[in-house]
Design a protein around this ligand. Sequence first.
Ligand SMILES: Nc1nc2c(ncn2[C@@H]2O[C@H](COP(=O)(O)OP(=O)(O)OP(=O)(O)O)[C@@H](O)[C@H]2O)c(=O)[nH]1
Length: 477
Amino acid sequence: MVLAQLGGSITRALQQMSNATVIDEKVLNDCLNEINRALLQSDVRFELVRDMRTNIKKIVNLQDLAAGHNKRKIIQQAVFNELCKMLDPGKSSFVPKKGKTSVVMFVGLQGSGKTTTCTKYAHYYQKKGWKPALVCADTFRAGAFDQLKQNATKAKIPFYGSYMESDPVKVAVEGVERFKEENRDLIIVDTSGRHKQEAALFEEMRQVSEATKPDLVIFVMDSSIGQAAFDQAQAFKQSVAVGAVIITKMDGHAKGGGSLSAVAATKSPVIFIGTGEHMDEFEVFEVKPFVSRLLGMGDWSGFVDKIHDIVPMDKQPELLQKLSEGFTLRTLRIMYEQFQNMLSMGPLSQVFSMLPGFSSELMPKGQEKESQAKVKRYMTIMDSMTNEELDSSNPKLINEPRMMRIARGSGRLVREVLDMMEEYKRLAKVMKRLKIPKKGDMSALSRNMNAQSMAKALPAQMLRQIGGMGGLQNLMR
Ligand SMILES: Nc1nc2c(ncn2[C@@H]2O[C@H](COP(=O)(O)OP(=O)(O)OP(=O)(O)O)[C@@H](O)[C@H]2O)c(=O)[nH]1
């Protein structure tokens, strides 16, 4: 997945710093140099990287920190905060209100994924009970209207466009008026793109915007754009009042840092990211959970949201319960069982990218097949272990001769057995620090579940304590 490598590099730099016996100026500089290199390699704009370093150095003044201070924590927190700051323009975008008509105009270069994203955006709100509608104001590209029509029909969203009319302003105005009359609460206008930034494109966008007076203009950008992202985003911002950004194709192998720095150019927040060609491969973008995931720290709220999206309602409490029980990887057998759970979930592999520790290495998005093969390989290796080995909390029990024996028994290489043991130790360490945080989890759950499914998720004793079903309903209100 885009940026997985960046996350891995930053995490490694922080880890190396943490491993140093004494944190002095040199250790800090080495760590920051590593992070800078990783960011630049991911196409993040030089100025942003430079500013981030300056800010961290200002916050982490090693000489001023008394001996008792936990320097590692302070540095880690500063890196986390600065990454968040880089992605956060400090102001939120216009938020449409359900039941009240809003017009949202989409702009972006041809092929950025604009038309697909318009439908994903409409579909996202439709699932939440809104009444969206799509207007195709792209009269430039032959086939644009057909594409929107096809997408909209599939998602059962009303649409408007014309095969005959060549004036995009006219089509846009007619479409918006039609849907206002029909009391649609989210009218989405898809505009045309060009292969490159051209005066004609910007003039057309300006005219459509003037005529339809959108409440929000969303700039759609392909994550593979690289260093050109900043200039492109700025050019769009200068022509129309861009208020939010959506970054597409985050599932690809592009570096992605460039598109994220577009936030700085448009001074507008990224509100969603596209993570695949399908309608549901679309995620709300929130800075802190994103940076948490990037650094392998997990994202509980996203995790619970995702479960809500793809797991049938009646299975959700059971799954959450199962997962939370397995988080302490005391023994290899527990890891084996967790792997079994994961494999039986199939499409849920994307969910695991939100789980701390599983993020970039074990289950990178876009490499599900390879990851599954790796997990299966680990399981084959564990199949050749004794019950004592599987149930022991002491990995040292598996010494060199045993490793060689296990490798022979499972038909794998000794190196692979070693890899598996390393992965186990790594996961066990990460999981040890973890428990579904009660407060966060409860608020995420209460957002997403009705009282009935919530009641099932709670231990009986806790449910009694809060006054049964009635008490729970009050609490949720
Ligand atoms: N993998 C992946 N593909 C995407 C994503 N979003 C869009 N696409 C694909 O990108 C291609 C271009 O998308 P379109 O929606 O046609 O692009 P557009 O910007 O509307 O193009 P014009 O209408 O020509 O301006 C299509 O094949 C989409 O399926 C995404 O998040 N991930």
